[in-house]
Design a protein around this ligand. Sequence first.
Ligand SMILES: Cc1cc2nc3c(=O)[nH]c(=O)nc-3n(C[C@H](O)[C@H](O)[C@H](O)COP(=O)(O)O)c2cc1C
Ligand SMILES: O=C(O)C(=O)c1ccccc1
Length: 379
Amino acid sequence: MNQQEGLLSVETDRKEIHFPLSFEEWEQKAAGMMQPGGYGYACSGAGKGETGRRNEEAFGKWAIVPRMLSDVSDGDMSVTLFGRTYKTPFLLAPIGMQKLAHPEGELASVKAASNLNVPFILSTVASHSIEEVAAAAPTGSKWFQLYWSNNEEISFSMVERAEKAGYEAIVVTVDTVRTGFRETDIRSEFSPLSKGLGKANYVSDPAFMKALKSQDDDAIVASILENIQTLSLHWRHIAKLKERTNLPILLKGILHPEDVQTALEYGVDGIIVSNHGGRQLDGVIGALDALPSIAEAVQKRIPVLFDSGIRRGTDVVKALALGADAVLIGRPFLYGLAAHGQQGVEKVIEGFTRETEISLSLSGIANLSQIGRLKMVRA
Ligand SMILES: Cc1cc2nc3c(=O)[nH]c(=O)nc-3n(C[C@H](O)[C@H](O)[C@H](O)COP(=O)(O)O)c2cc1C
Ligand SMILES: O=C(O)C(=O)c1ccccc1
């Protein structure tokens, strides 16, 4: 037995399960569980992987200057987003086609998120539909991530379904007007959408089915591929969406402070600083390096969330100290799902919770409202 694995173990029916602890261990375990094409799709990035590496390296270039003698006995890391309070500053990032990782797909991860009071963001290209995911975790907080469809009636229809099913926010991903140049997938000829793994929200959508010319599998896949790439995506689409829903709208993939100004003018309710985990445009700024100027532009008027490179609790503290209100956990939970299903996702969230709590105490921060006391310097 690996000594570190032993630190996080539970007994079930006298059979002990040993869970990985660090991100690297989860990733290694997931690699052994997933099909090579699927794992390659999940772990790799666009181009030569420059941005993917930069995302993780960015954390090492910032150092925390902790505060002492601060009485951190009343530790509280709760956060309030759009009127709902969560005990931890985490969300699960929208990750498409989770059946690639585990047969229970999104149903396992939404249950884990719901059990631990973490909002779950369902992808447009999920393996389970908006309604199935809502039924699996009726009381958990759920948000819906929208890939704008070329046929916008489909977008509005999905948003309406999400609203009806009790989802609490719409996340419009703006960095994916087309898929990035992903060499790993080109080489392995891996296309999960073509396999039909991301069709659940489409085939259950009346507007999509109405527009479909033929109902055979190839036509469905072709129509999804056609709809998902909206090169014309523009602020005017956000204005239209605003007219169609009362739910808060967040933009995921903002990196430039001037886009924040425009977002505020369009009445956007939240920003997610992200470069899609280095999967879209290679060569872009590390997400953490973009965060301070975005937070500066937002001036606390709307929530700023963050993802891309969060691997452990100290990363969470750094992102919060640099201006994020909460962070999205991406690949770490996907690997938890691949390795141990729902329980794996729970273990990953618990690991983040534990390390973040310890790190905040040792930084001299009892309550997240005091995070501004923490100085960050270039390491
Ligand atoms: C396999 C995979 C699928 C993803 N699918 C989506 C998606 O459907 N919609 C979306 O907005 N982002 C998607 N993302 C991006 C994540 O939401 C998030 O931005 C990214 O994983 C953050 O990087 P990290 O996981 O390296 O921390 C996906 C990421 C991965 C790894
Ligand atoms: O793979 C991804 O990162 C992703 O977001 C995506 C984009 C288009 C289709 C399927 C998934």
